[in-house]
Design a protein around this ligand. Structure first.
Ligand code: DI6
Ligand code: FE
Length: 401
């Protein structure tokens, strides 16, 4: 039998409705992994009487944070490449010279499973310490069936061994591995053939691709999406990061959960995303690290009513950050999101970008994932930076040690 727990003495930011959904002197009743009731303490239901009580110390409480786009599992790091860029080399030039993603592929293939797990788990812990309770992790640094499977297994293992819900995304179409040099179409054939095996092993929640001049063409991306659709797997896309490839409209035509990056997104792409209910995932950390100047079309996305999420895009090349709060802050500073949009972007809309409707708000029936903060108002989540105000995290109904 699940014991009920009453979490009281909190200022709740439920994110229900249009605004913050603030409830002063609020409480949450949880049963097992779910929220059974949320409201002012004075209105608690009878079931709360026999519940085990937990005093949240008057703190602000929000839904657990959701990082919906990370490349967390990889070997090595690329500080030397960042140094090259600071000395004038472009990201494209480094990628063409066999550096970039490929150097991480070599380091990932050379690393043991335990080394991959240890480094990724350390990074996951940094995100968790800041209130993250759901984390998406992509493959994409193995680029062979065996190495992609290893990375996805490591991602799954993080979810099994930590109090964290991990969603895995297969990103075989991230870069061309050296053994397929000059044979991108043959590599896409291979990626499409690997997918059923990875799916059969339960390693794939969604399928992603890097549609870009230095990645894969729209026609190649379409083939990957068709392979996903044949298995009933949802798709997402790294779209219009460095140029407008029409990737967002392509992804939307497959009912994509999300299109991510989007600095070069066109009006047609926005309309297609709106029609398909596709979430726009904004990645200001990569924008910052690459010192981009082309802003994603935020006002047009807002005007069209396309839901916007915000994520770290954690990866060793273009976004080595491990703070989702900093990403939210940057989404406001660089992209002019409002604090409410940014906070919805790391909770509710991040859940939607993963196809999840059972989290991202504090409401009855949602997963009991929430964080208590040393803050007065939720707008502070997108205000402070370089500081972690997270005090306590309850994930799937249990407090993290
Ligand atoms: N877009 C990115 O920003 C990352 N991957 C992608 O498709 C970069 C990954 C890397 O440089 O290692
Ligand atoms: Fe990415």
């Amino acid at each position: 039998m699940n014991t009920a727990h009453l979490w009281h003495n909190a200022r709740l930011a439920t994110l229900c409705g249009e605004g913050w959904g603030l409830i002063d002197d609020g409480a949450l009743l949880t049963e097992g992994e779910r929220i059974a009731w949320v409201g002012p303490l004075a209105e608690r239901p009878d079931a709360a009487r026999s519940a085990q009580t937990h005093d949240l110390g008057g703190r602000l409480v929000t839904p657990g944070l959701i990082d919906c786009h990370t490349h967390l599992v990889y070997g090595g790091q690329r500080a030397a490449e960042a140094e090259m860029r600071l000395n004038g080399a472009s990201y494209e030039a480094i990628a063409r010279a066999g550096g970039g993603i490929r150097s991480t592929v070599a380091a990932t293939r050379a690393a043991s499973d335990d080394a991959l797990f240890a480094s990724a788990a350390r990074r996951a812990q940094a995100l968790m310490d800041e209130g993250v309770t759901t984390l998406e992790i992509k493959s994409g640094y193995g680029l062979s069936l065996e190495a992609e499977a290893r990375c996805l297994r490591v991602a799954r293992r993080i979810g099994l061994e930590r109090r964290l819900d991990v969603r895995t995304t297969f990103l075989g179409a991230h870069a061309l591995p050296p053994e397929f040099e000059g044979r991108a179409d043959a590599y896409i054939d291979a990626v499409c053939q690997w997918l059923p095996a990875l799916h059969a092993e339960g390693l794939v929640d969604a399928v992603d691709a890097f549609c870009e001049t230095i990645g894969f063409s729209p026609a190649q991306t379409r083939r990957v999406f068709e392979a996903a659709r044949a298995l009933g797997l949802p798709v997402k896309l790294h779209a219009e990061q460095l140029s407008d490839q029409g990737g967002a409209a392509l992804a939307a035509s497959f009912g994509a959960l999300s299109c991510d990056h989007l600095e070069h997104l066109s009006a047609d792409g926005i309309a297609a995303m709106k029609a398909a209910g596709t979430v726009a995932v904004l990645l200001p950390g990569a924008f910052y690290m690459l010192r981009e100047t082309q802003l994603p079309p935020i006002a047009a996305l807002r005007e069209a009513g396309v839901p916007m999420a915000v994520s770290t895009d954690h990866n060793p090349g273009t976004a080595p950050g491990l703070s989702l709060l900093l990403a939210a802050h940057m989404a406001c500073t660089f992209f002019r999101l409002t604090p409410l949009e940014a906070v919805r972007g790391i909770t509710l809309n991040a859940a939607r970008a993963l196809g999840l409707s059972d989290r991202g708000q504090l409401a009855a029936g949602q997963r009991a994932d929430f964080a208590a903060w040393d803050l007065d108002h939720p707008n502070e989540l997108a205000y402070w930076f370089g500081h972690n105000p997270c005090q306590r995290v309850i994930a799937a109904g249990q407090e993290r040690p």
